[in-house]
Design a protein around this ligand. Sequence first.
Ligand code: HEC
Length: 116
Amino acid sequence: MFKKINTALFALFLGIGACESAAEKTSQQETAANNISSSTEKPDGMAIFRQHCVICHGSDGNLGLNGAKHLPESVLPLEERINIITNGKNLMTPFRSQLNPEEIQAVAAYTLTLKK
Ligand code: HEC
C-alpha cells in the first residue's frame, strides 16, 4: 500500500518538475525575443499603423472616420506628423503614452509611404 502512494507522489513530483522547466524555457525565450525587438530591430511602422491607426484612418489612410484626414493627401512633413501623433489633434487621440518615440517616428514615416 505504501508503495502505491510513493509511486503516486513520485509521479506528482515528475509532473511538477516538467511543468516548471517548460515555464522556464518560455520565459527565457520571451526575454530573448524582447531583447531582439528592443535592441536590434527597428519598430515596424506598418504593424503599428495596423494596430493603432486603421480604426480611424483605414489601412490605406483614406477611411476618414471622425474627420480623420486622408493621409495620402496630407502634405505635412515628417516632424509635423510626429508632433500630431505624439500630442494628438482635435478628435485624434495622442499616442505619447502608448508608443515610444521610435515607434512614433516609424509610424509617421510609414504614413509618408501612403502617398500615391
Ligand atoms: C480616434 C481616431 C484616430 C486615430 C486612432 C488616429 N487618428 Fe490620425 N487623425 C485623426 C483625425 C480626426 C485627424 C484630423 C485632425 C485635425 O486636423 O483636425 C487626424 C490627423 C492625422 C494626421 C495629420 C494629417 C494632416 O495632413 O493634417 C496624421 C499624420 C495622422 N492623423 C496620423 C495618425 C497615425 C500615424 C495614427 C496611429 C498612430 C493615427 N493618426 C491615429 C483621427 C485619428
